[in-house]
Design a protein around this ligand. Sequence first.
Ligand code: CTP
Length: 426
Amino acid sequence: KKFEDNIKTVLKNRMKEDVLQLLLKIREVSEVRKEKVYIVGGIVRDLLLGIENFDLDIVVEGNGMNFAKELGEKLNAKKVVLHSKFRTGVVIVDEKLKIDVASSRVEYYEYPTSLPVVEYGNIKQDLYRRDFTINAMAIEIDYNKFGRLIDYFKGYSDLKNGKIRILHNFSFVEDPTRIIRGIRFAVRYNFEFDAETKRFAKLSVEEGFLKRLTWKRVKYEIELILNEKNPKKAIYMLEEYGVLKAIHKSIKLTKKTEVAFKNLEKYKEYITKLNLKQWIVYFLVLLEDLNSEELTNIFFKFHFPNKFIEKYKFGKIKREKIIDELKSSEKKSKIYNSLKKLSGDLILLLLITVDSEKEENKILEYINEIRNIKPLIMGKDLIKLGYKPNENFKNILNISFMYQLDNQELCKEELLQYIKNLNIFL
Ligand code: CTP
């Protein structure tokens, strides 16, 4: 009883005022409809950890769709979307807030590879079909039990001890994406797999369960895990559990990729600087040692756009040549010309794989300085000088820009003078 009171206060204190007000409204609907309602899943876990989480998932012991409709009216929500197949509803309150409302349900499988049969169940059954104990807790939104923690599977204890634990032995058989999810949570919260869960996870990968998933689901999970705060640690754990080679037999950590990942940690801020997607950068590093055929295969399965693939392959083919060029380039114009054709991803890959500090610094100079320089002379300036537009304009502007890059102290007038002195138009 004392523990429950403590938890109640902790949870209430941690809820932001607006969330609390919202839960009170949900409680009113529950009162009217005489259906019990709970907040469940990730938000409960994060409330207990004291971490912000804006995904509000609620489960109704009753008809989730009707509950969603009524809640939508009460909250004056913008929209309520219903999914009759899953007996769920989404209350879109406004742009920032959406509430997922589900009917508590029980899922069972008639035979191992069949789709689950879904039926109404109570909250305990609903929690039992979830992935890990830390995700299988609920908080009651009842009148007199408001804020009570429902924890049938020792989730709170696992949360305190930093353990990722499945609820039953078939968890990974039912849904192999959970192996990747588990690693994601372990990395995010610095938790460990419980010994038995670890054994089941590794065994499930060895048995090839991940191969049963569609590429879309695998990609979704990979995207999520590599977008977390510590993608390097996630990759090492994915390797440890055999997930990398289950995705494709050639994906593995090698000396080269390990060095690249280490360097990437050093230059992580460049992902945002170059406007890149974190997961793509980490994924491309993993593919560093693959041959052209293997790359094509994976890009195809992961549905990368053709334009992206072309640019990547172009950069990959040119890599040696670009490094050679950089070695003999001291001038900014030369560095610019060598690197301008590369996409941001490839520039960052080059930065973390180049083995000479001198060239590394040139790439840094390009990213931090050269690529941001704007040409001082434009076509209209040439026209002002009295020149008629012709096919030579592009070349002149290019010559002018190269000269500007290598002589940055020059002002616009001096550059124009330089162009005149070239006497090209005569
Ligand atoms: N869930 C599950 N098995 C899955 C996916 C989800 O059991 N393969 C359950 C878990 O109880 C989870 C809840 O559904 O807590 C909500 O899923 P999701 O929103 O994907 O995860 P969160 O736990 O909220 O994680 P995150 O913080 O990354 O959003």
